[in-house]
Design a protein around this ligand. Sequence first.
Ligand SMILES: Nc1ncnc2c1ncn2[C@@H]1O[C@H](COP(=O)(O)OP(=O)(O)OP(=O)(O)O)[C@@H](O)[C@H]1O
Ligand SMILES: O=P(O)(O)OC[C@H]1O[C@H](OP(=O)(O)OP(=O)(O)O)[C@H](O)[C@@H]1O
Ligand SMILES: [Mg+2]
Length: 281
Amino acid sequence: MLRVALPNKGQLSDPAREMLREAGYPAAHSARELVVQDPENDVEFFFLRPRDIAIYVASGQLDIGITGLDLVLDSGVQTETLLELGFAPSTFRFAAPAGTATTVHDLAGKRIATSYAGLLATRLAELGIDATVVKLDGAVENSVRLGVADAVADVVATGTTLKQAGLTVLGEPLLVSQALLVQRAGAAQSPVVDTFVRRLQGVIVARAYVLVDYDIRTELVERACRITPGIESPTVSSLHDSAWSAVRAMVPRRDVHRVMDELYDMGGRGILVTDIHACRL
Ligand SMILES: Nc1ncnc2c1ncn2[C@@H]1O[C@H](COP(=O)(O)OP(=O)(O)OP(=O)(O)O)[C@@H](O)[C@H]1O
Ligand SMILES: O=P(O)(O)OC[C@H]1O[C@H](OP(=O)(O)OP(=O)(O)O)[C@H](O)[C@@H]1O
Ligand SMILES: [Mg+2]
């Protein structure tokens, strides 16, 4: 049975469960449980704190897990990334009250609060900055106002929390992070893991692409296919009126409106866009 670690709370928890539900693992949706069996798929889900997941996976107790890149690096254990999952995008950055520091090197000798002490220590060493790390559990942005630190190193997504705390980012991001599916470094290849990865990959592709169908005059098919090349090659079908053909292709969701405009300008008509619910490429 495949043993999978899932985040039990926090920013990763809901999107991880949603992705697994879309991948055909509805049992993973039972929130607030410690362990959930999914006999149909021969999988056992363990709900764990997000920052502990890399530790369970690296130790070999669990086969694979969903966690964040920042949490993996912070834990200092060795894991292998099987898949970037595309959710919980964030950066890890220094921030300080405006006017108190202009470059990251102004942080030398200062107190920096973080809940990612391992990651921060690594980055400070790489930057050659000698500073005091103040380890906090969360709500790190409050630490400067409350006088326990001079700056913070924290997760920034929209920047709203930093702004509320009156802090300004300093320097470039120390890390760009997102949710990952990880396994133990050096784990042997396993068909059960491969199936799990393929299912999640199917969800990622289904989210990133739409299916576009359109009719085009037959002499324009070649030109139109250059706009919608698809993954392998678009499907071209003949219509009852042989002057026209029908084309079907997968198109990146973010490009779809530009593609529709270009097809329409070229004479494409009956352009239909459909969501993809699941796929295997
Ligand atoms: N506002 C956010 N937007 C997107 N991703 C985020 C955000 N905050 C945290 N993350 C990411 O989510 C993952 C887990 O962080 P989260 O804050 O949920 O866990 P935690 O801090 O260990 O737990 P908790 O906050 O419940 O104590 C990390 O990879 C982090 O980068
Ligand atoms: O840039 P933003 O969109 O404002 O998001 C960033 C905030 O989100 C996370 O907080 P979380 O809700 O996990 O609370 P925590 O600080 O207690 O971990 C993170 O630690 C930041 O505080
Ligand atoms: Mg948090």
